[in-house]
Design a protein around this ligand. Structure first.
Ligand SMILES: Nc1ncnc2c1ncn2[C@@H]1O[C@H](COP(=O)(O)OP(=O)(O)OP(=O)(O)O)[C@@H](O)[C@H]1O
Ligand SMILES: [Mg+2]
Length: 229
C-alpha cells in the first residue's frame, strides 16, 4: 500500500434520519481525505452532523449513499462481524462521558479491548506502559468512581490506545472537563498522535480545543468545509 494513500476517505457520503414524517439530512455529500497521523478537529453548530460523521466513520452507523474507506477498505460493504473486528483492531473511541465500566478497575478497563479482541494473551506489560503514559500507573487498582473526570478521560485514552489502533475517534472528549483538564487531555491526544502516528478525528465545540491539530473543519447542515484559522 502506498504510504501516501489516505487512511480515511469519504466520497459523496449522505446520511438521512427519519423523525416521524420528516426526513433529516444529517450528512449531505461529504468528501474528505485524511492521511495517517493527521490530527483533525471538527467544529460546527449543534445538530450540524459531527456525531453522525464520527459514527459512520467508526462503523457505528451506516451512510445511505456514498463510500467510506478506512485503510483502503470500503466500510459500507462490511457485515456486522467484519465491522466489529475492524472496530476492535483499528479504531479507538473516546467519548464525552468517558464510558468506563464502573465494576472494573482502571487496569481492567484498559485491558478490556485486548480481551474482547481475543488477544492470545493479555499483555499486562502493555497496559502498565500505557497507564504510565497517561500518568495513572499509581491508580491501576482504583475504580472509575474514585477518579476525577480528567483522570477518567485519561483512562479512556489509555483504553483507546491499548490495541494500537490506526485511528482514534473522539466525540467532544473535553465536553465534561474544566478547561485545564480539557487542555491536558488534548495535549495527551496530540502527543499520542505523534508518538504512535495515530490519526485522531475529534469533534468539539470549544474553539481553543479546536485549534489543536493540523486539519480543521466545520460540519454544518451536513456539509464539511475547511475552517480558516
Ligand atoms: N437517531 C437519530 N434519529 C433522528 N435524527 C437524528 C438521529 N441522530 C441524529 N439525528 C439528527 O441528525 C442531525 C445531526 O445530528 P448530530 O448528532 O450528528 O449533530 P452534532 O453536530 O453532533 O450535534 P451536537 O453538537 O449537538 O452534538 C440533527 O438534526 C439530529 O437531530
Ligand atoms: Mg454530537
Amino acid at each position: 500500500m502506498s504510504s501516501n494513500s489516505p487512511i480515511i476517505r469519504f466520497k459523496d457520503v449522505y446520511k438521512y434520519y427519519y423523525a416521524g414524517d420528516e426526513k433529516v439530512t444529517a450528512l449531505s455529500g461529504i468528501n474528505l481525505e485524511f492521511q495517517q497521523g493527521d490530527f483533525v478537529s471538527i467544529m460546527g453548530p449543534s445538530g450540524g452532523g459531527k456525531t453522525t460523521f464520527l459514527n459512520c466513520l467508526g462503523g457505528l452507523d451506516f451512510p445511505d449513499r456514498g463510500e467510506i474507506y478506512l485503510n483502503n477498505r470500503l466500510l459500507n460493504r462490511m457485515n456486522d462481524k467484519e465491522l466489529t473486528e475492524l472496530r476492535r483492531k483499528e479504531i479507538g473511541f473516546v467519548f464525552q462521558f468517558f464510558n468506563l465500566m464502573p465494576t472494573l478497575t482502571v487496569q481492567e478497563n484498559v485491558e478490556l479491548p485486548l480481551l474482547l479482541s481475543h488477544s492470545a494473551k493479555t499483555e499486562s506489560k502493555q497496559v502498565q506502559i500505557l497507564l504510565d503514559y497517561v500518568g495513572l500507573f499509581h491508580r491501576a487498582k482504583s475504580f472509575p468512581a474514585e477518579l476525577s473526570g480528567g483522570e477518567m478521560q485519561r483512562v479512556a485514552i489509555a483504553r483507546a490506545l491499548v490495541h494500537q489502533p490506526s485511528i482514534i475517534l473522539a466525540d467532544e472528549p473535553t465536553g465534561n472537563l474544566d478547561s485545564e483538564n480539557g487542555i491536558r487531555i488534548l495535549e495527551l491526544m496530540n502527543k499520542a498522535s505523534t508518538d504512535f502516528n495515530t490519526t485522531v478525528v475529534m469533534a468539539t465545540h470549544n474553539l481553543q480545543i479546536a485549534d489543536y491539530g493540523n486539519r480543521h473543519f466545520e460540519i454544518r447542515d451536513g456539509k464539511a468545509t475547511p475552517r480558516a484559522n
